[in-house]
Design a protein around this ligand. Structure first.
Ligand code: FES
Ligand code: FES
Length: 159
């Protein structure tokens, strides 16, 4: 059954005609063309599909689209500053915290949610938040360094 889903995605109000029971990930990728968010497992086991819903990291592969009506969603595309990379994205680039990149959109949004609350996270803080994210390329140590570097940049401190 087709419903009209109204929500705010990356700061823009959108209306999408869709079945409210389809995954939010389908709405983002197939209806809105936001292909940065990835499908990995579909069962809340990998974190590739993570987006922020009202500022909180959530799996979009298992979340029914109808449940986000009226909410604010941020995907990896929403982390840029216009045409510029955000401090977080720049730090990942600087630290070369990525290999195949499949896990990165989810990791980036979860890291952003962490830095919104805490700009000086410890290694343990970062590992706790990013634990739901599977990376098979082994970039975990670089990710920790990049998140700490971004936090320092955002708080104006020396990395
Ligand atoms: S695709 Fe959603 S957790 Fe793996
Ligand atoms: S960079 Fe390849 S899965 Fe993480």
């Amino acid at each position: 059954m087709t419903d009209t889903l109204d929500l705010v995605v990356n700061g823009r109000s959108v209306s999408v005609a869709c079945d409210g029971t389809v995954p939010l990930l389908t709405v983002l990728r197939d209806h809105l063309g936001l292909r940065g968010t990835k499908f990995g497992c579909g069962t809340e086991q990998c974190g590739a599909c993570m987006v922020l819903i009202d500022g909180k990291p959530e799996y979009s592969c298992s979340r029914e689209a109808g449940t986000v009506a009226g909410k604010t969603v941020v995907t990896v595309e929403g982390l840029c500053n216009g045409d510029d990379l955000s401090a977080l994205q720049q730090a990942f680039l600087d630290e070369q915290a990525g290999q195949c990149g499949y896990c990165l959109s989810g990791i980036l949004v979860s890291a952003m949610a962490l830095l919104d609350k805490n700009k000086s996270p410890s290694r343990a803080d970062i590992i706790a938040v990013l634990d739901p994210h599977l990376c098979r390329c082994g970039i975990q140590n670089r990710v920790v360094r990049a998140v700490q570097k971004a936090g320092a940049a955002l708080s104006g401190a020396q990395p």
